[in-house]
Every structure is written in C-alpha cells, then in structure tokens.
Ligand binder design. Structure first.
Ligand code: MD6
Ligand code: FE
Length: 209
C-alpha cells in the first residue's frame, strides 16, 4: 500500500516523518472518515479548563479519546450517540500497522483512532499524549488535506521545538524515547485542497488499552 520507499525524515530520536506515505490511500482513508463521521459525528469538545477546542473531533475503535470538564479520557461509548464508536476500518488498521513497521515499530495494533478536523484558524497547542496505558507502543499520525506546521519538542513543555511542515499524505510515527515529547500544530491557514476542501484531517492511531 505504501510507496516502495517513502522518504524518511528523523524529527527526533524515535520520531520520524514518512513523507507522502499516505498519498496513495488518501482517497480511501477520506471515504472511510466520512463513514465514521456519519455514525459518530464531528463535535466541538471542551477542555477541562472549560474552553472549546478549535478542532472538531470524533473517533473510531474500541475506545475513543474525549475531553470534557472532568478531564481527558478514553471512553467505550460515544457520549453524543450513547453507542459504541464505529470500528476502525480495515484499511486504517492495515495502513497504521504497515507505516509503524516502516518506522521500526513491529506489530502495532491500534485500538483507538482519533479523527481531528481543522478549519481555518484551528490549532493545537503543545501537549503530551499520555492518556494511554502502554507507552511502549508508538503513535501513528496521518495528515490529509491542507498543510500545517508541526512543532515537536522535548519532555519538558519549555524545551525548544523542531518545526516541520506537514503536507497531505504525510505520516508521523513516534514512540520510544520520544513517546512523551510535547508536540502541537500551528494555526491552519485558509486554503482549498482538491480532496478535503477547506479542511485538514488528522488521524492519530494509538494503543490505548
Ligand atoms: C495533528 N497531532 O497533527 C496533531 N499526537 O493535528 C498530534 O497531536 C499527534 O501528530 C500524537 C502523535 C502524533 C501527532
Ligand atoms: Fe498529540
């Protein structure tokens, strides 16, 4: 499913960018994203501080990541529909396992996939992904549609960040000693992409349980 040799750029030890690795499956991923959204709609969530996040989100998988006034957590049921999140589509699962292996993480089997949709003005501040059970498992992140700037820091919030432009089809895999590094993305600029229109989608695959 991958290009034979996606260009691999090391962002930090344990964190790599596989440039364009999702380009050939992008249309299929986007079709499946729409199916997930039709079952568990995109929604605006509140941070524990009581502010709305600028990114809209939904999930598929055994558990889904959500934020509300009580904190960040994984839930088996979609609080909006009160039923389980849709299953992770087979093409997502196969792709995530394949790119993780390319980055050196064999047998990655995600049980959660967060779908974020960015509109012009959406951003994501520096954060750690630390709501999962097993930090030996990496995270796979897929960028689709409009480009954005990715900021990758260290284990302290104040550490300096490496900046990388994430384009349509780019995949970031990070684990190992980078697993708990702070990261975030800049503000999405207005634009038009042939496959996603005015938006950027980001899929993040995790082993949560
Ligand atoms: C984004 N990404 O690309 C935000 N988290 O829209 C993340 O927060 C992220 O890219 C964990 C691993 C990879 C990521
Ligand atoms: Fe993250």
């Amino acid at each position: 499913m991958l290009f034979p040799e996606p260009e691999i750029v090391e962002i930090a030890p344990g964190a790599v960018l596989l440039r364009g690795a999702a380009e050939r499956v992008a249309a299929e991923l986007l079709n499946q994203i729409q199916l997930v959204i039709s079952a568990s709609p995109l929604r605006t969530v509140m941070t524990p501080m009581g502010k709305p996040m600028s990114v809209q989100m939904t999930n598929c998988g055994d558990v889904g990541w959500i934020s509300d006034r009580t904190g960040y957590k994984y839930e088996e049921f979609d609080p909006l529909t009160s039923v389980r999140w849709p299953e992770i589509p087979a093409v997502f699962q196969t792709f995530a396992t394949e790119v993780a292996a390319r980055a050196g993480f064999e047998d990655f089997a995600p049980d959660a996939c967060l779908i974020n949709r960015y509109a012009a003005g959406s951003k994501m501040g520096l954060h750690q992904d630390r709501d999962e059970q097993d930090f030996s498992q990496p995270i796979v992140s897929v960028s689709l549609g409009l480009p954005i700037r990715f900021n990758f820091g260290g284990v302290q919030r104040s550490d300096t960040t490496t900046k990388v432009a994430l384009q349509h089809g780019d995949v970031v895999v990070f684990g190992g000693i980078s697993r708990l590094c702070f990261h975030g993305v800049g503000t999405l600029r207005r634009g038009e992409h042939p496959l996603t229109g005015a938006y950027r989608f980001n899929l993040t695959f995790r082993r949560a349980c």
